[in-house]
Design a protein around this ligand. Structure first.
Ligand SMILES: Cc1cc2nc3c(=O)[nH]c(=O)nc-3n(C[C@H](O)[C@H](O)[C@H](O)COP(=O)(O)O)c2cc1C
Length: 362
């Protein structure tokens, strides 16, 4: 099943294995244009049925880390074209993960020195890197965010739509809206962060209003069947507090996405336990609510574990993260049940080819 092709109304995928979105920080921060090394990295991994790109900031202020390749101008779109061409030539499909980091950021990452954007003024107790005087990354606490005004919220919606338009121009097969892991859209969802008393705070519908406005604006640029939305139920990354009512919250969103004909709902299980538990209620509840493709991610390492969740009908595609970093030929290795290369966490975000394009194939 894992190695069978998958057809949705818009896309034919060679298999049910997806490469999870992973930030690798290999671009030059100044222009954030993807380079030849980035194209080679994705080309090597194009046997995945679907590659979801690393998080791609939709504006200068959306950036939260150094050296992330972006998608807010024509030069960046032109830089992505050789990437998508390389993946297509190798038989793969690729979505761009469009991303706003929100408060997980620092003014020094923004060319105009603007404060990080927030759902609220509440800062996050986590660190990022900024450029040091000699150009080397320096770790710092994330900066004091400034709650977005209503006008700025409209701007963010427009930036997501613009990035989606550029993504299609750059040859991507679709886009994934990054609504997970404590970044801007997740900050709006999280009642412990979002203390707004306008239309974007309070009730569940209000806290998801921005995400759904982004979905609608993106759907004006990209066919809904080519849109994925990523969520991380129970996730506590980047200062999130576990949702008080996850079995209400996430199925509610799934129904809203379903109503809009969205193609993919990508679920990341950070703690890596519940998604593998056949008795847990979350995936069945999402399955009931959402009729597009459900992608499950988090802690998958073997074909057998992947087949189990596909066989239960709790997911349609399985996304692999770290195993894909270390194994460009992961699909073949899973097929043969061959040993996997170990990933080197020290090179996840380091510059250069080491730990990026130099992992061996079988
Ligand atoms: C180096 C690294 C970078 C990541 N960057 C992103 C990202 O840009 N966007 C995102 O949604 N998730 C990101 N993640 C999370 C992965 O997509 C994935 O959900 C996580 O690694 C769990 O899957 P795994 O157990 O197969 O690695 C990142 C993970 C790693 C290890």
């Amino acid at each position: 099943m894992l190695f069978d092709s998958y057809s949705s109304s818009a896309l034919q995928l060679a298999n049910r294995i997806a490469m999870a979105p992973m930030t690798r920080c290999r671009a030059d921060h100044r222009d954030a244009v993807p380079n030849a090394m980035i194209a080679e990295y994705y080309r090597q991994r194009a046997s995945a049925g679907l590659i979801i790109s690393e998080g791609v900031p939709i504006s200068d202020r959306a950036r939260g880390y150094l050296n992330t390749p972006a998608l807010w101008n024509e030069a960046q779109a032109a830089g992505w074209k050789p990437v998508t061409d390389a993946v297509h030539a190798a038989g793969g499909k690729m979505f761009a993960q469009i991303w706003h980091c929100g408060r997980v950021s620092h003014a020094a990452l923004h060319s105009d020195g603007s404060a990080p954007a927030g759902a609220s003024n509440k800062p996050v107790a986590t660190q990022t890197m900024i450029p040091g005087l000699d150009g080397r990354p320096v770790p710092v606490d994330c900066g004091q965010p400034q709650a977005l005004s209503l006008q700025e919220i409209r701007g963010v919606v427009g930036e997501f739509a613009h990035a989606a338009k550029l993504a299609m121009q750059a040859g991507f097969d679709g886009v994934e809206i990054h609504g997970a892991n404590g970044y801007l859209l997740d900050q709006f969802r999280c009642p412990a962060v979002n203390d707004r008393n306008d239309a974007y705070g309070g009730s569940l519908a209000n806290r998801y209003r921005l995400l759904l406005e982004v979905v609608d604006a993106v759907a004006a640029e990209v066919a809904p069947e080519r849109i994925a939305v990523r969520q991380s139920p129970y996730g506590v990354a980047n200062g999130m507090v576990a949702d008080p009512e996850p079995l209400v919250t996430y199925p509610w969103l799934a129904r809203e996405l379903d109503r809009r004909g969205i193609g993919f709902l990508h679920i990341y299980c950070q703690s890596t336990d519940w998604i593998h538990d056949a008795t847990h209620s979350m995936m069945p509840a999402l399955r009931d609510a959402f009729h597009g493709a459900l992608i499950a991610c988090g802690g998958f390492k073997t074909a057998a574990a992947s087949e189990a969740i596909l066989a239960r009908g709790h997911a349609d595609l399985i996304a692999f993260g770290k195993p894909f970093i270390a194994n460009p030929d992961l699909v073949e290795r899973l097929r043969r049940d061959a040993p996997l290369n170990k990933w080197d966490a020290a090179t996840f975000y380091a510059p250069g080819e080491k730990g990026y394009t130099d992992y061996p194939t079988l």
